[in-house]
Design a binder for this molecule. Structure first.
Ligand SMILES: [Zn+2]
Length: 520
């Protein structure tokens, strides 16, 4: 029933889409106004469906959509469902002609279906799947969802009403998503206009919902639509159709030893205001900042880690350099993503070839025990991270409390091992048979190397052109140091995620605040 004719791009292709929100139109003339913005160059029609429960407002639902669909059969109707039980309306919206069904991650708690079930239900009704997050929800909450959806909507106002002011402090979320997912559709919704578009475009949003700025009395909608489209072209990742298709193809067919096409990252907007970060995100920022405040001094050589917590350490270094509080730093990034973030902040960068001795390195971890032995490599970057950590006089781990595995390493987070692709099965069997890894189930990482979820059917390839084996354990490793030694001795193993005896201190964020652990 649903039609997607107008939207000629497939999922995850980063085409620019301008999506006027009918909430801001003169609803007496809903159909005429929708036709007018489409004629003025809009790509989609955004419908804000509100149920009075999930948000304190009522708008419209499937009967209104059905009427619009009847009059504008070729349009792409982007249904933003601000409802408390999103699964309840999937069939109705599909029947009425919805093209994309975007549900709120926060609404899943009150829904009988889980996220996977929700996505399957939407797809079974032949609609594209979007997932939305409110300003208080961090991008980490999307970790398990992204592989299931066609688009992520980052709200740039609190949902519920039109005409609100754009929240630039949401842009680090967009930037972080864009850095991790160069070819994903990222939508922003709330307060977007020709005056606020630059920040969103620079952060990497390619699907722009705009209400009041498009439906402005006395303004030809062509003008703001074209201005916003140009801004995304100029600053962002919303590539033209041809370039986007090429990028999607490159990402899919990338040769094993080639790194992903590096997106061009424009300057990061100012740091988020404290009040608008989720509590978990605020704690991550606190530990990231604390690590820099405690350990980085002018004149130092610093290793910069990768990940959502290390992101804030990099942000702090950039801010302190900009303010003049720190001077003469030279930094070595552990990944392409960190290199881009640091470069955008004006942080002077080098490599271990030029700067083999570092004063300090700061990085996150996936698990740690009481001896501060770490498991790293959830993001597939453990080899480079270890090279940097080993070159540092002091290595500081920054984590949230959920990473503490005082009962032993292994069960809380599968141990990643990087292996050469040559005879990978043989190497995996060898790893599984190591005495110090008794009980381990080695599993080849599939899909993206940047997470240990099965999100593809081809082996994941690291920045170094290798495969990753995730070793799953039901019981803790008896002797992590011995496991590290035995893994290192296997020919075919490039590196592993155990960091033994390297951590000088861990800065931990817990619900009650930030504290420091020394190895025991
Ligand atoms: Zn909306």
């Amino acid at each position: 029933m649903a039609t997607h004719m107008k939207n000629k791009c497939g999922p995850h292709c980063v085409c620019i889409k301008i999506s006027p929100s009918m909430l801001a139109s003169d609803m007496c003339h809903l159909c005429a106004q929708a036709k007018a913005v489409l004629a003025a160059g809009a790509d989609e029609i955004h419908l804000d469906v509100m149920d009075g429960h999930f948000v304190p407002n009522l708008t419209f639902g499937s009967p209104v959509l059905a009427s619009l669909r009847k009059s504008i059969p070729e349009a792409f109707f982007d249904c933003h469902m601000m409802v408390s039980k999103p699964s309840q309306w999937v069939a109705d919206i599909a029947k009425a002609g919805g093209s994309r069904y975007t549900f709120h991650l926060e609404s899943i708690d009150s829904d009988p279906l889980d996220v996977t079930g929700m996505c399957q239900l939407i797809r079974s009704h032949d609609m594209k799947v979007g997932v939305a997050i409110k300003p208080g929800t961090g991008v980490d909450a999307l970790r398990d969802v992204i592989a299931l959806v066609d688009m992520v909507l980052v709200m740039t106002v609190e949902p519920g009403f039109g005409g609100q002011s754009f929240m630039p402090q949401m842009m680090p979320k967009v930037l972080s998503l864009r850095q991790q997912h160069p070819t994903m559709d990222i939508q922003v919704d709330g307060g977007l206009s020709p005056t606020t578009i630059d920040a969103a475009a620079a952060a990497g949003a390619n699907n722009i919902v705009a209400g009041s700025s498009v439906f402005k009395p006395g303004v030809d909608p062509k003008v703001p639509i074209e201005q916003m489209r140009q801004a995304v072209l100029r600053l962002g990742h919303g590539l033209g159709d041809e370039a986007a298709a090429a990028l999607a193809q490159t990402a899919a067919k990338r040769p094993k030893n080639a790194p992903a096409a590096a997106p061009v990252i424009a300057p990061v907007p100012p740091p988020a205001a404290p009040a608008t970060l989720s509590p978990a995100e605020a704690l991550k920022r606190e530990v990231g900042y604390r690590a820099v405040d405690d350990h980085v001094r002018s004149g130092m050589a610093v290793g910069l880690g990768t990940g959502s917590t290390a992101y804030y350490a990099v942000e702090r270094v950039g801010a302190k350099l900009a303010s003049g509080e720190l001077r003469d730093l030279i930094c070595v990034p552990t990944s392409e993503r960190t290199r881009e973030q640091a470069a955008s902040l004006g942080i002077p960068l080098t490599t271990l070839d030029e700067q083999p001795a570092l004063d300090v390195a700061i990085d996150g971890a996936d698990a740690l025990d009481r001896a501060l032995t770490l498991v790293k490599g959830g993001g597939g970057a453990m080899h480079r991270e270890k090279m940097v950590a080993m070159r540092a006089a002091k290595f500081v781990a920054i984590v949230d409390e959920s990473k503490l595995s005082f009962g032993g390493l292994g069960p809380s987070f599968a141990l990643p091992v990087e292996i050469t692709p040559f005879c990978a099965k043989c190497t995996m069997r060898t790893i599984g048979a190591l005495p110090a890894l008794a009980g381990c189930e080695p599993r080849l990482r599939l899909g993206s190397a940047a997470n240990n979820k099965i999100d593809g059917d081809q082996p994941a390839v690291t920045d170094n052109g290798n495969y990753v084996v995730d070793c799953l354990f039901t019981k803790p490793l008896a002797d992590p140091a011995e496991a590290a030694r035995q893994l290192t001795a296997v020919v075919g193993v490039v590196d592993h995620g155990l960091f033994v005896g390297m951590t000088a201190e861990a800065i931990v964020a817990g619900p009650k605040g930030v504290y420091v652990l020394k190895p025991e």
